[in-house]
Ligand binder design. Structure first.
Ligand code: ADP
Ligand code: MG
Length: 336
């Protein structure tokens, strides 16, 4: 209980910080006059945060201002928005104190993850088709809307759906099972279909904009890798695929850090070792995904709706395995 109270307090502080950032107009930045501000706004850069996380090249390209000036504006926005600079160890500790944990619906799985799915890092769920990845993503989206006492964040959710597997009907089932108002839960989940990998990358970049309108603390990408896999076939295009995937992962991580949000992604285990190099049971994206995701959960099918979840390569948690239940009510512990 004491723990939870602390969390609530730091969340408030986080919101204050976000409010503050929103109040500063882009004209307040050195070197941004009325004309430049207009160009920036037309290009969709209408607040400090979107400028702070932009790249000089992109900004110059879409707004028509010189790259040198774009670079200066970005640096100024970063300083004002208080992101992207060197931080002292104390500041990092302070930021890490804000980390909150979202329940998966299974106490066993939460414990395996050290209390739930953490904010400010990427958690990857990988496994074969039908191993329950999408079910877990739906459950996290529902749980996020619950209050802190129940392991949620009372927040909204962004879900990037690449395989067209989001089902509002499933959300309704899970919400009812938790005694939540299904309509309210549905209103808190913002879903974007990503039609190809470029579109997916773009949606990742635009996620920050949604935080201006909605209190978003959970970002889900289901699946992280399917478009990349189908678009970049064979060894020849592997380098390009990995580079794009790397950029996308870093956008996601940045979102998680800046907004103190959970980032949960899914990854299908490759069943096509002839197309993809290496071990058929190793997740797609290889090193890139593995090095950027802080927590990786490998899911395996078991009997009667049971799934085995294994924590793999965690920086500070011991490896381990638990059994969870995937049923009509969603994700839960296996009843004794
Ligand atoms: P993937 O890992 O491919 O994303 P899913 O998360 O879609 O897999 O898992 C599909 C499985 O989830 C189904 O085979 C079934 O066992 C379970 N499932 C899906 N919907 C329901 C439901 N309404 N009631 C019970 N189990 C369900
Ligand atoms: Mg799926």
């Amino acid at each position: 209980m004491v723990e939870r109270k602390k969390e609530g307090k730091s969340e408030e502080k986080n919101e204050d910080k976000m409010e503050e950032r929103k109040k500063i107009a882009i004209e307040d930045l050195p070197g941004v006059g009325e004309a430049t501000a207009e160009k920036l706004r037309e290009a969709g850069y209408d607040d400090l945060m979107t400028l702070a996380v932009a790249s000089p090249k992109d900004l110059a390209e879409v707004s028509g201002i010189a790259e040198g000036q774009a670079s200066k504006i970005i640096v100024a926005a970063r300083r004002m928005a208080d992101v992207g600079n060197f931080e002292t160890g104390e500041e990092i500790l302070e930021r890490r104190r804000e980390i909150s944990k979202l329940t998966t619906g299974s106490k066993a799985l939460d414990d395996l993850l050290g209390g739930g799915v953490e904010t400010q890092s990427i958690t990857e769920f990988y496994g074969e088709f039908g191993s329950g990845k999408t079910q877990i993503m739906h459950q996290l989206a529902v749980n996020a809307t619950m209050p802190a006492e129940r392991g949620g964040f009372s927040c909204h959710v962004l879900l990037i759906d690449t395989e067209n597997t989001f089902r509002p009907e499933r959300i309704i089932q899970m919400a009812k099972a938790k005694g939540l108002d299904p309509e309210e839960v549905l209103r808190s989940i913002h879903v974007a279909r990503a039609y190809n990998s470029h579109h997916q990358i773009l949606l990742g970049e635009k996620a920050a904009e949604m935080t201006k309108e909605f209190p978003i603390r959970v970002l889900i990408v289901d699946s992280l890798t399917s478009h990349f896999r189908s678009e970049y076939m064979g060894r020849g295009s592997l380098a390009e695929r990995q580079q794009l995937l790397n950029r996308h992962m870093h956008d996601l991580l940045k979102f998680g850090t800046i907004y103190n949000a959970v980032v949960a992604v899914t990854n299908q285990v490759s069943a096509r070792p002839d197309v993809f190099f290496g071990d058929p049971t190793s997740p797609i994206g290889g090193n890139i995904v593995g090095h950027t995701a802080t927590f990786r959960i490998y899911l395996r099918k078991s009997k009667a709706g049971k799934r085995i979840a294994r924590l793999v390569d965690s920086p500070y948690l011991p490896e381990g395995e638990v059994v969870i239940q995937v049923g009509e009510d969603g994700i839960s512990d296996v009843s004794a």
